[in-house]
Design a protein around this ligand. Sequence first.
Ligand SMILES: Nc1ncnc2c1ncn2[C@@H]1O[C@H](COP(=O)(O)OP(=O)(O)OP(=O)(O)O)[C@@H](O)[C@H]1O
Ligand SMILES: [Mn+2]
Length: 442
Amino acid sequence: MGLWRTRHNLYMWARSDNVTPTCLPKRAKSMYTRGPYDRQQEGDVSPIRTPAVIKHNATYFATQNIMNSLSKLDKEYDLPVPTFQSNVLRELNVLLSNLKLKINGDIDLFAATIKVMNQNGLMPLHGTPYLGSTINLLKTSKIIKTYNAFKGTQLKLILMFENKQEVLFKPKWYLESDIIEGSVYAGKDRYNGEIIAFYISLILGFPRVPIVVKRILDASELHETANVGLKKTMYINSTTKETCVYGKCYYCKREDPVCTKSERLEGAAIFHLPPNIKLKQHLHPWRRTYIENKRARWEDDNDYCDSVKSNYSSERVLDFIDVSIFDFIIGNGDRHRYEVVEQFNNTILLIDNGKSFGNPYKDHIDILAPLYQCCIIRLKTWERLKSIKGGTFTSILQTMLDIHETLSLLTLPHYHALERRLKIIYATVVMCQRKSDKSILK
Ligand SMILES: Nc1ncnc2c1ncn2[C@@H]1O[C@H](COP(=O)(O)OP(=O)(O)OP(=O)(O)O)[C@@H](O)[C@H]1O
Ligand SMILES: [Mn+2]
C-alpha cells in the first residue's frame, strides 16, 4: 500500500483526432472513404447531410463538467479504507488467497472452472479454491495442437491442451512500454491488456472475463503442434532465423507477421468457454461509427440515454454503465458489441479487452458516456469503487500480478493512469449526484 498514493497530474484528454484508424471492424473498413463529411470541412456548400462539425459537442461539455468536479473532489477519495471496515476488501483478501492456493489431488480443474459459471458471472466474486491451480495449469499444460482461430478480425491462435481444453492465444505485438498514438481504437491487440483486464474485472466485482494468463510458446512447440492450415502461414525469417506467423484473418497480411523473439512467442492465453456455453453478440448502443469525422448519435446528444432506456431493460442499462466504467479504466474504446450467454439469463460477458492500455497519458472520457449520460450507477458498483480508493486499487492489482504474472506487465505510467481514471469516475458520480434531486444509486 502507499506506493501509488501520489497525486497524479498527468491528465490529458483527447479531442476527436483525425488519425486514420489502423484497425477497423470489418463492417467499417470498406466504408472508410472520403465522403460528404470530408467535403463539408473543405468548404463545400452542397446540401449538408450531417450537422456541421460541432466544435463543442456533448462529449466536450461533459468532459468540462467532469474535470470541474474532479478539481473539487473531496480529499476523502485520496484516503484508503482500512480492510477491517470493508466487506469488499475482506472479500478481495479471500480472492487473493484463492489465487495463491495450490490444490493437490485428482481434480479436473477445467471442469471445475466451468461448473461455477452461472448468471452471476464466470466465478464467484471471491474466486474459487481452484483458481490459483487453474491459472497455473493454463500456463503450463502441454499443447498438442495449434491452429488459426477464425472468429473476430485479428490474428488469434487456438491452443489445444492434452485434455482437449482450448485457449485462445492473442500474440504480443508491442512492447509493454510502447504507446499507441491515434484514435481510441488504433493499433493491434495488446496481449498484456487482456491479462490485466482479467484481474481488474475481479477487483471491480465484474467476474465476467474468462481466465487469462501469459503464455510463452517456443518456436519448436509452434512447429510441432501447428496444423496444416497454420503451417501454410508460417515461415522462418532467413535473416533473424526467427519463426514468423501471419495467420488467416480479416487483418492478417503476409507482410505483417508476428515473430518469435529469441525463439519465444509471448501472448495472452484466454480460457475458451466450452461450446455448450453459447455466446450471443449484440451491437453496443454506445458504439463508435469507426468513420472519420462521423460521430455517433451519442457523441452529440446528451439525452441519448433516454432512447437507450426505452429500448433496454433497466438492468441492461446498468450493465452498460458497469461495462463503461471497466472500459474507461482499462482504456478500451472498442466495445463495438457486447456478448451475452443466453442460458445464463442473458448475462453480459466482458470478452475482447485487447484494445486496452494503449496510451497511459490519455483518458478517453467519452468511454464513460453511459455513466455520465444516464447518471445512474449500481449501488454495488459504487460501494466497490469507493472501497478501493486511495491507492488500494493498484496495490491489490500488483499483489495479484505478483502471484502468477509480473508487475512489469504494466509500466508505471499505466498504473498511474488506473488511479487517475478511478478518480475521474468518482468525480463523474459526484457530478451526477449534485445534478440530480433523486438518488442516482440503483
Ligand atoms: N474465451 C472465449 N471463449 C469462447 N469464445 C470466445 C472467447 N473469446 C472470444 N470468443 C469468441 O470469438 C469472437 C472473437 O473474439 P475477439 O472479439 O476477442 O476477437 P477480435 O479479433 O478482437 O474481434 P473484433 O475485431 O471483432 O473486435 C468473440 O466475439 C467471441 O464470440
Ligand atoms: Mn477486438
